[in-house]
Design a binder for this molecule. Structure first.
Ligand SMILES: NC(=O)c1ccc[n+]([C@@H]2O[C@H](COP(=O)([O-])OP(=O)(O)OC[C@H]3O[C@@H](n4cnc5c(N)ncnc54)[C@H](O)[C@@H]3O)[C@@H](O)[C@H]2O)c1
Length: 113
């Protein structure tokens, strides 16, 4: 069975990096594999990719969305970025899994899917 190729946006602050935990959870399913990580904080995604043996890392999620082999993007940034990143992901043709909440008062007007 083909494994779902996953990218995660938002690693979390050092000491409680929830994004790293997700890498292990996906791996343990045997059905999905995290192949890309992204965080705006300089050096963060690179460090996680090296520690967790993830092939691709990005600081800009829009560059990550150009990676053709990705099937699913997990959005786990702070809440205000959930809507724009989720909508850009859907526009790129990939599936999205977003940590609650999906919307903010400002972002809800943009939700169209
Ligand atoms: N902390 C929890 O226990 C918990 C549980 C369930 C759900 N959540 C949800 O997960 C999300 C993240 O929570 P957290 O506590 O890990 O927050 P956090 O602030 O620790 O982590 C968010 C990360 O996103 C990164 N980020 C922000 N904007 C970005 C962008 N444009 N591109 C790439 N990276 C960006 C930040 O640099 C940071 O590393 C929240 O929406 C929260 O509701 C958190």
């Amino acid at each position: 069975m083909k494994k779902t190729k996953v990218g995660i946006v938002g690693m979390g602050v050092p000491g409680r990096r929830g994004g790293e935990g997700l890498i292990d959870i996906f791996r343990e399913t045997g059905r999905a594999q995290v192949i890309a990580v992204c965080d705006v904080v300089e050096g963060c995604a690179k460090q996680v990719s090296q520690e967790k043996n993830i092939p691709y890392w990005f600081q800009d999620y829009e560059k990550m969305l150009k990676l053709k082999e990705l099937d699913l993007i997990v959005v786990r940034t702070d809440d205000k970025n959930h809507a724009p990143i989720s909508l850009a992901t859907l526009d790129s043709g990939k599936d999205v899994l977003v940590e609650k909440p999906m919307y903010s008062i400002r972002g809800i007007s943009e939700v169209r899917y």
